[in-house]
Design a binder for this molecule. Structure first.
Ligand code: 26M
Length: 831
């Protein structure tokens, strides 16, 4: 009301939102009024931005005064999604801004819907980094993220006749209210050139003269914590040319050449590589990695020097860096270069500091996913770093020799060569490679996996040699997700019900409190309220499906969902095969039998890396099967299948609250953790899954009997792979394969490689053991139907999922990192 608004402005130094929103529109956009939700979004966002900057400044003034130890999260990806709702809620401004927008004739949700996602990441690894920033700020930990300000983020996926097509993600065209360009805050980053030894008095120094230089320009993205005055920062670097253009060439009339430097520089931060799990050995990718690491380390060292001068022995008490996978691992060599070549420290002192400051997180077990750069490529692009890595490797292998001196000479040599950071390419003996994971382990204090089973696989298999040498370096830090974005803000209806039931909203910052919901799990009145929320969320998702596909789906059906990057190891294929089997069963049934069937709406979403041919074929199989079954009048109310194009953070925020069953069905031992499983769990969605990644810990917290667990276990995989040739496939499997090959879903030539990959031992070998788990999966799906028919049992389980999700808050994960690895302590500014 006007009175309340007047009272508010009288007590606050911030401008009244209504006036401020129209003011922003007028002076930043030249608009007299908000004519569209997009206008309203722009006005609102630029207004909220100022509140964010106020809390950012307060926080950083405080931290400057206190000078606490900082954690710097180095990551090539931050999958932030939208910011408006999150910022407004985290800052506690929702009432104010919702009122203001109402006065302007707008509804907050519609306005928020005009924002584009910041999609500077591929999938799990990038979204984890975003959740971590939310928790770091919420826990008042002095910490920043550092990464790349890609001009083009994750590509937009569209379907063309059922096939994936990629379109560029032009996300910055209307400006970005959530960033602050720090004018003048930029660092030089060099590439190529030569390395020389020179005399400086009687000291020999190394001088690297790069042949190419660019600026790294800083952009700050404030990160508001929830229910705290702390606002942290994500600093992203944009690549800019050192000189605007080559004036000589310009004056000579050669305009094209004059622009070449600019293009070459800007290319570095131009696009996010759309690969998830399989690295691409492209030079530009290494350039990106070095670019952001070099700028970030210079930035941190320059701040350190401003307060501590050259007392670098104090650096490990003031700064530590977390390497998000091997992508920023060149930091090991870069920190050595800065300390030795630039600051003049001796090698051993620099090495002690470097290894104290760095820590490495592994996110994948797939051997082909571990980054290795050809020595040739690295020596050309980063000649000094290549030398430094050689020296590190010499020291390392020499030390190893001493450490393993009891071994027989032959055995010792074998072990040393197996652990050498530089080794030959097993598929091309001519080529030498730098193994980035090995460099990260040798250069770090702590190495961690992202779920209990995964950390054990890291210790026992992937990095077992290193584990034997440094057992105490290896840790587990089970992933988590922010309960703000993934429950409280994306599902306010469920959040209100939880708050009302628990008597307070303290669970948002202390998710262990959710366990008190267990006492209500079997209460019919509570179940009824719980079911009503789920149904409302299903209606909302159904409206979205209608908008995308034009079809009305049955909202009384079980909503069965698999959303994640498309990958053979995640086995979307297995899901489709079971849908085909379900369809064939329904077709055989009498109308009487059909009345007893559990209706399902199956949704699959996810992007395939542009060059991942098999993943693209899987997408086409989903759309082709959907085309057949969604048109079948006999069964379409009982079974439908839709592919949801352009799966992203924002879509996930609508899908997850509506899900009743979610699929996490990777070949056991291949999914490091998974994090969407945690988001589904928080929202009371049941899980069908293999004994893999965080599924295991989720099942333990929820009650193993409440989860539909199926399939072979990780420790059986090696043996089963060896025996796969002799595996006798299920007759139902054989039947479905014949259907696909015979053209039941059209496009049979296109599907041939897909069929061969799991059947023809000469071609595929079914590496991910889809056939081995097929029968067990069908059984588990039957069990799902059985439980769904007993709605009170289903709802009891659903409540038990949310109640058991306390462990999977990223607040818990970040507290563990802070205590066991970073040794950073909270430092909260005054309100
Ligand atoms: C590497 C080089 C060049 C281009 C791209 C890459 C690359 C990008 C992303 C490689 C791997 C990438 O991501 C891997 C990833 O997302 N891993 C997932 O990490 C999650 C968070 O820990 C886990 O939950 C998932 O199980 C794991 O698959």
């Amino acid at each position: 009301s006007a009175v309340a608004e007047a009272e508010r402005t009288a007590t606050s130094s911030s401008p009244a939102p209504t006036g401020d929103i129209t003011n922003k529109l007028k002076y930043l956009f030249g608009k007299e009024a908000a004519e569209t939700p997009k206008d309203a979004y722009h006005g609102t966002a630029w207004s909220v931005r100022e509140r964010l900057i106020d809390s950012f400044d307060k926080t950083h003034e405080h931290w400057k005064k206190e000078d606490p130890k900082f954690i710097y999260y180095l990551s090539a990806e931050f999958l932030m999604g939208r910011s408006l709702t999150n910022t407004v809620y985290n800052l506690g401004l929702e009432g104010e801004y919702a009122d203001a927008l109402r006065q302007l004739g707008y509804d907050m949700e519609k306005v928020a819907d005009a924002e584009r996602d910041a999609a500077l990441g591929n999938g799990g690894l990038g979204r984890l980094a975003a959740c971590f920033l939310d928790s770091i700020a919420t826990l008042d930990l002095p910490g920043w993220g550092y990464g790349i300000r890609y001009k083009y983020g994750m590509f937009k996926q569209v379907l063309k006749n059922g096939y994936q097509a990629e379109q560029p993600d032009i996300w910055l065209t209307s400006g970005n209210p959530w960033e602050i360009r720090r004018d003048g805050l930029r660092f030089e980053v060099g590439f190529g050139g030569r390395v020389e030894r020179k005399k400086d008095g009687n000291k020999e120094v190394t001088v690297w003269t790069p042949s190419e230089k660019v600026w790294a320009q800083a952009y700050d993205n404030p990160i508001p914590g929830f229910s705290t005055p702390t606002t942290s920062n994500l600093r992203l670097w944009d690549a800019q040319p050192i000189s605007e253009f080559d004036l000589g060439a310009f004056n000579a009339g050669d305009y094209d050449r004059a622009m070449l430097d600019r293009e070459r520089a800007e290319a570095i931060s131009a696009v996010l590589y759309p690969n998830d799990s399989t690295p691409e050995g492209k030079e530009l990718r290494l350039k990106q990695q070095y670019f952001f690491v070099c700028a970030s380390l210079q930035d941190v060292l320059s701040r350190f020097k401003a307060t501590h001068g050259t007392k670098f022995e104090l650096l490990p008490d003031k700064a530590c860096f977390q390497l998000n996978d091997t992508h920023p691992t060149i930091a090991v060599a870069e920190l050595m270069r800065l300390l030795v070549d630039v600051e003049g420290l001796d090698w051993d002192a620099a090495w002690t500091i470097t290894t104290k400051c760095l820590n490495y997180t592994n996110h994948t077990v797939m051997p082909e996913a571990l980054e290795k750069w050809p020595v040739k490529v690295m020596a050309k692009m980063l000649p000094r770093h290549m030398e430094i890595i050689e020296v590190i490797n010499e020291g390392w292998t020499k030390w190893l020799g001493g450490h393993l001196k009891e071994l027989k000479a032959e055995e010792r040599a074998k072990r040393i060569s197996a652990m050498s950071i530089i080794h030959e390419n097993p598929w091309n003996k001519e080529e030498m490679l730098v193994n980035m994971a090995y460099l990260a382990v040798v250069g770090s204090s702590a190495v961690n996996g992202v779920a209990a089973i995964h950390s054990n696989i890291v210790k026992d298999e992937i990095l077992n040699d290193f584990y034997q040498i440094f057992p105490s370096k290896f840790q587990n830090k089970t992933n988590g997700v922010t309960p703000r974005r993934w429950l409280a803000w994306c599902n306010p209806e469920l959040a209100s019900l939880i708050t009302e039931t628990l008597g307070s909203n303290e669970w948002i910052n202390d998710t262990e409190k959710l366990s008190a919901l267990r006492a209500h799990a079997s209460d019919p009145t509570f179940q009824k309220k719980w079911a009503a929320v789920k149904h409302a969320k299903k209606e909302k998702l159904a409206a979205l499906i209608k908008k995308i596909h034009g079809d009305s789906v049955n909202t009384n059906a079980l909503f069965d969902i698999q959303i994640k990057r498309i990958h053979e190891y995640k086995r979307q294929y297995l899901n489709v095969l079971s849908i085909i089997w379900r369809y064939k069963q329904l077709k055989k049934m009498t109308p009487e039998q059909r009345k007893k069937a559990v209706p399902r709406v199956c949704l699959i979403g996810g992007k395939a890396a542009s060059a991942y041919d098999m993943a693209k074929r899987i997408i086409r199989l989903v759309t082709a099967v959907g085309d057949v079954i969604n048109k079948d009048p006999e069964t379409k109310d009982l079974l439908s299948l839709y592919f949801l194009p352009d799966y992203n953070v924002t879509l996930a925020e609508t899908i997850i609250p509506a899900a009743e069953l979610s699929q996490h069905i990777s070949t056991a031992g291949t999914e490091a953790s998974g994090t969407s499983n945690m988001k589904f769990q928080m929202n009371g969605c049941l899980i069908i899954g293999t004994w893999d990644g965080a599924n295991i810990e989720i099942a333990e917290e929820t009650g193993v009997d409440n989860v539909f667990v199926f399939g072979v276990r990780a420790d059986e995989i090696n043996q089963l792979r060896k025996e796969r040739k002799n595996f006798k496939t299920d007759p139902r499997w054989d039947e479905i394969m014949k259907d696909i090959e015979g053209g039941m879903f059209g496009d049979k030539d296109y599907f041939k490689p897909l069929v061969d990959s799991v059947n023809n031992m000469k071609v595929g070998n079914d590496w991910f053991l889809v056939a081995n788990d097929f029968a067990a999966y069908l059984d588990a799906q039957e069990e799902v139907d059985k439980v769904y028919k007993d709605q009170s049992e289903w709802l009891r389980r659903s409540i038990m999922y949310t109640a058991g999700s306390g462990k999977f808050s990223s607040d818990r994960t970040i507290r563990e990192y802070a205590e066991d690895i970073w040794h950073v302590k909270p430092s909260r500014p005054a309100a």
